[in-house]
Design a protein around this ligand. Structure first.
Ligand code: OGA
Ligand code: NI
Length: 357
């Protein structure tokens, strides 16, 4: 057990960077430090996704036998194959729980720096309060602070805030509910893919789970900075909750950045690199990024799900068709190490796994 714990924590590390929340409140816009200036952010081509464009999946229509709707399942399949993203509504997680989660995570970020820093990252680790993916002193920096916590298989309570006093309990309850939603989705995806749901769940269910709470301070020159660099998620499946009413998630579609506008109470679900590999490319892990608001801070909580570190990532046999396997065979641990050893850079980690055909 102890060795599994240390293995997980050794998956990555990041250089220490300034606290962006403090920086943002201390400077005027003309003083944005050079390392945060992102020329590529300025040239952003942004189309807003019409409410009905990013697929919206109604979970109730898929899990309630009386309401079961075959077309809803095709929509889920299409979303995973063509968008890599969808909104999930009627997911059964109570409104009160979502509100409590939003309040408690906001409560943490509102604390004075000193109190937050009691939970800061330690050298050589990625859990805790700080930043991730920073590997050189020259690298451009994202306009955000993060709190990363592993919820499964082992929690390291050193990094778990004690204020708000209900924080730990809230996150435990929230992540458990999210895990159940994710298991439902895995079983439905198996149906769509034509594989045995039991096999899908055996490979993916209830293994590793972690959260990343992203705090994006406002910036008067929002179009000169980036909240989160373009990336795909290096895990199997992500469930994101935008925790206040400020939009900022953009996904790349047809080489354009599209702004996601979550419906009230909806989760944004996306396919990660590991699921793309395990479906032999049938499901897509799509590049996305976060932009900054001029006036208001933005807050989101991403819940990541992936198989245990010793699992070997391989396509399900039913999905290896005429083309054979499209990706190198790699363990979860090796892939994670590769992912965390580089700055966020689009889909570069996943691209390096593709076998040339
Ligand atoms: C992430 C992510 C987007 C957002 O944490 O991986 O893509 O809107 N977050 O915060
Ligand atoms: Ni992401």
């Amino acid at each position: 057990m102890a060795s599994e714990l240390s293995t997980h924590l050794e998956l990555g590390s990041s250089l220490t960077v300034p606290n962006v929340q403090e920086l943002a409140s201390a400077i005027s816009s003309s003083e944005i430090p050079e390392r945060y200036l992102r020329p590529e952010a300025e040239a952003r081509v942004v189309d807003s996704i019409d409410d009905d464009e990013l697929p919206v999946i109604d979970l109730m229509k898929l899990v309630d036998p009386e309401l079961f709707d075959k077309e809803e399942l095709s929509r889920l399949g299409l979303a995973c194959r063509e968008w890599g993203f969808f909104q999930l509504i009627n997911h059964g997680v109570a409104k009160e729980m979502i509100e409590k989660t939003k309040n408690d995570i906001m409560g943490f970020f509102k604390l004075p720096l000193k109190e937050k820093e009691a939970f800061k990252q330690l050298p050589g680790q990625i859990e805790g309060y700080g930043q991730m993916f920073v590997h050189s002193e020259e690298q451009k920096l994202d306009w955000a602070d993060m709190l990363t916590l592993v919820t499964k298989p082992h929690k390291d309570m050193r990094f778990w805030p004690i204020n708000p006093s209900s924080f730990r309990d809230t996150i435990d309850k929230y992540t458990l509910k999210i895990e159940n939603v994710v298991d439902c989705l895995y079983a439905l995806m198996a149906k769509d893919l034509g594989i045995d749901p039991k096999v899908m769940l055996k490979n993916l269910s209830k293994q590793m789970q972690s959260i990343r709470i992203n705090y994006y301070p406002p910036c008067k020159e929002a179009n000169k900075v980036l909240g989160l660099s373009p990336h795909s998620d290096g895990i199997a499946l992500t469930v994101l909750l935008q925790a206040n009413d400020v939009n900022g998630l953009q996904i790349k579609k047809n080489n354009k950045w599209l702004l996601v506008k979550p419906k009230p109470g909806a989760f944004i679900v996306n396919i990660g690199d590991m699921l793309e590999i395990m479906t032999n490319g049938k499901y897509k892990s799509v590049e996305h990024r976060a932009v900054i608001n001029m006036e208001e801070a933005r807050l989101s909580i991403a819940t990541f799900h992936l198989p245990n570190t010793d699992v070997i990532l391989r396509p399900f046999p039913e999905l290896i068709n005429g083309d054979g396997e499209l990706y190198k065979t790699i363990s979860v641990k090796e892939y994670s190490k590769e992912y965390f050893s580089e700055k966020l850079n689009g889909k570069s980690a996943l691209e390096s796994m593709k076998l040339k055909k």
